[in-house]
Design a protein around this ligand. Sequence first.
Ligand SMILES: [Cu+2]
Length: 157
Amino acid sequence: MNSNFTRILAVILGIGILAACQQFPQDRADYVTNAAEIVNKADWSKMQTITVEMDEHNYHPRDLKLKVGQPYRMVLKNTGEKEHYYTAPEFFKAIATRKAQVNKVAEFKAPYFTAIEVYKNAQAELFFVPVKRGTYPVICTIDDHREKGMEGKLIVE
Ligand SMILES: [Cu+2]
């Protein structure tokens, strides 16, 4: 094959791939981009509440099994003496988030969260629908809390 022709073909192919990537940026988004649609379609009368207690230095329960399509209210309750984090960016990107809430105080809406910190004697709630199957880690990022045992798994089936 003529080498000039090959070079031109390679350039055209390259431009084509570049154009395709820029045209469909949502294909590259690593979070659930149609969360609002999923949240609106979900039957919230079938919502299940899961409570995760945090203390020194554990999550109770450590691991959670969740179902794709099932609406959940996750209550993160700090029963310990220190503040604690529920840091699970990969998990939060695998769910359709409806809102995060601190009862009678505030409500937060965002495409996804990366971490939720809960102060002692306080609780925060997250309303969501799992979308992407997988096993995702959760850790507490404060000091050596993770090493002391604050880590777990979120399994979406
Ligand atoms: Cu902690």
